[in-house]
Design a protein around this ligand. Structure first.
Ligand SMILES: [Fe+2]
Ligand SMILES: [Fe+2]
Length: 147
């Protein structure tokens, strides 16, 4: 498995979790459980990406700007996740803010898969792409343990 396949696998998890959350109601057990699962998953994914994949992209002048852009979107998503965590789950504002987060994340993941990966493939060779997947797994495990 290379870094691209590894990231796509996580994106699928995030798409599944956020779609499931949209189908929940109010302050239900189900919504609480899914949010509790989604939150550390999304944060650990973004941090592991930054520490492995984007760390490689930011070193190359051809991909530096793209890396910075993606990292700034991670920060925006982090802020929204924190905001949602502090909201009352039964309020209509909770679902509205969550929908905004889901839209942002869908856009972000699509951009990574359709634009960033193409740029990355020009500067990362297949050996490095395999190594980055291993590093990603290690970082993500460590992040999840800290959470
Ligand atoms: Fe990302
Ligand atoms: Fe991602």
């Amino acid at each position: 498995m290379d870094i691209y396949e590894r990231i796509i696998a996580d994106h699928q998890t995030q798409r599944d979790l956020t779609a499931s959350i949209l189908n929940t109601e109010g302050n239900s057990e189900e919504r609480q459980q899914l949010w509790k699962e989604f939150q550390p998953e999304a944060i650990a994914h973004a941090n592991a990406e930054e520490q492995t994949f984007y760390a490689a992209l930011i070193e190359d002048p051809d991909t530096q700007e793209q890396a910075r852009h993606s990292i700034s979107e991670h920060k925006e998503a982090d802020d929204l996740i924190e905001e949602i965590s502090e909201m009352d789950m039964s309020s209509s504002g909770w679902l509205q803010t969550f929908k905004k987060l889901k839209e942002d994340l869908d856009h972000h993941m699509e951009e990574e898969e359709k634009e960033v990966f193409g740029k990355a493939r020009k500067i990362i060779d297949e050996d490095q792409a395999q190594q980055l997947a291993e590093a990603f797994n290690n970082r993500k495990d460590a992040e999840l343990k800290e959470a």
